[in-house]
Design a protein. Structure first.
Lengths: 205, 188
């Protein structure tokens, strides 16, 4: 099983050994597991919640919860699926306790940026990218939580419907419906950018 | 009329672009797409939109964990209280006991606490509130880490209900525990 991030996530022998050692209280083994999954968990949290101020705390909490409960991890699903469930629940709780953020909050770019750089282009290109990104973040924020999660898992995390059903804990048909409704709502919000991307730049500004 | 019919296919098209459609639904959709220019256009728009979403994060790169993140997590773990949560049935029967000193200690503590509770409830009047609450400790646990709020709420409700009803007096775990601690069978 894999996702588009290109990380092989099958529960191999080495990972099983690390999990067993971590269950036995081996902190170094658990640290190795954190190192393996920290980028993915960090990315997922940024995709699910707005506000860079909470990402560190939530990501740390994911792994601390995982450590405390690693005895409950049966290996029936992959470790990353289990970690994703923990991250998802923490993000849901964060949304509930924090309430909706005011609009127009932007993510900090931070020092440790990853991903492909914008790649030059004209100043107009840069404006387009920033505008699109801001509107996408706002659009995701405004979606009902279950649709936001479905779109993030499918379109940004590149998970299969089966994987999503396992992480979210709903039937595949429900996953399908949530993705469709979430995409449709986002499509409407981002329609001007969509038109620009289709080769008619200039109409979105 | 036609639009209503097309609307039925839009969700299928969404799954189709994710390559998550098969069987009869796939055949039905492919047949419809052959005949319907509107739905073919919708499919094209959806594919472009999906590509745009996937490209979006190259517009505004996400942050990486700060250097030393994993070590920081481990240092926070080191400062946690030593007691670990051990699901009740597995504390007695699970294979994990052999590999972990801390879990072993926690399991022993849990077993001692349960034995105390079991002994205590025998001294209480049958059906007393205290006895019912004690016996509810044998309710199977949930995976707190990955359980969502709804599952936890359900578990809490069931827990409270069982506590009120005291219906776990004869559970297998209780019996096994009692037999182990009365010396009838060796502890596994």
């Amino acid at each position: 099983m894999s996702v588009t991030n290109g990380v092989q996530v099958g529960a191999g022998d080495e990972e099983r050994q690390l999990v067993d050692a971590a269950r036995g209280g081996d902190r170094r083994a658990f640290e190795a597991l954190v190192l393996k999954y920290q980028d993915r968990i960090y990315r997922l949290i940024q995709r699910l919640v707005s506000g860079s101020d909470v990402v560190d705390d939530l990501a740390q909490e994911v792994f601390i919860r995982a450590y405390r409960s690693i005895g409950d991890f049966k290996g029936e699903s992959s470790l990353y699926t289990w970690l994703y469930k923990i991250a998802l629940n923490l993000c849901r709780n964060h949304y509930r306790t924090r309430g909706r953020r005011p609009p127009h909050e932007e993510l900090d770019e931070g020092d440790g940026a990853i991903g492909v750089e914008a790649g030059g282009g004209t100043p107009e290109d840069e404006v387009f990218r920033r505008e699109f990104w801001d509107q996408l973040r706002l659009g995701l924020e405004e979606l009902p939580a279950e649709q936001r999660e479905a779109v993030v898992f499918c379109d940004l995390e590149g998970m299969s419907y089966e994987e999503m059903a396992g992480v979210i804990g709903v039937p595949i048909g429900t996953v399908r419906s949530r993705i469709f409704r979430g995409r449709r709502a986002l499509q409407e919000r981002l329609a001007p950018f969509h038109a620009v991307n289709a080769g008619t730049r200039g109409r979105a500004t | 009329m036609r639009e209503e019919r097309c609307e039925e296919f839009r969700e299928l098209i969404s799954a189709f672009v994710d390559e998550s459609l098969d069987g009869g639904e796939l055949l039905r959709l492919e047949k419809h797409l052959e005949l319907c220019a509107g739905c073919r256009a919708f499919e094209g728009e959806l594919r472009r939109f999906r590509g745009l979403l996937q490209a979006a994060e190259t517009f505004q790169p996400l942050r990486r964990p700060p250097p030393g993140f994993a070590a920081l997590v481990v240092s926070r773990i080191d400062r946690l209280p030593r007691a670990q949560v051990v699901p009740f049935p597995e504390a007695l029967t699970g294979p994990r006991l052999s590999g972990s000193p801390w879990i072993g200690i926690a399991a022993a503590a849990a077993a001692a606490a349960l034995f105390f509770a079991w002994s205590w409830q025998r001294l209480l009047p049958v059906g007393s509130p205290e006895q019912k609450i004690v016996m509810s400790r044998a309710v199977p646990t949930v995976d707190v880490a990955s359980a969502d709020d709804g599952s936890m709420a359900t578990w809490m409700r069931e827990h409270a209900m069982l506590a009120r009803g005291g219906t776990l007096l004869g559970s297998a775990e209780e019996s096994e525990f009692a037999r182990i601690h009365s010396g009838e069978v060796p502890e596994r």
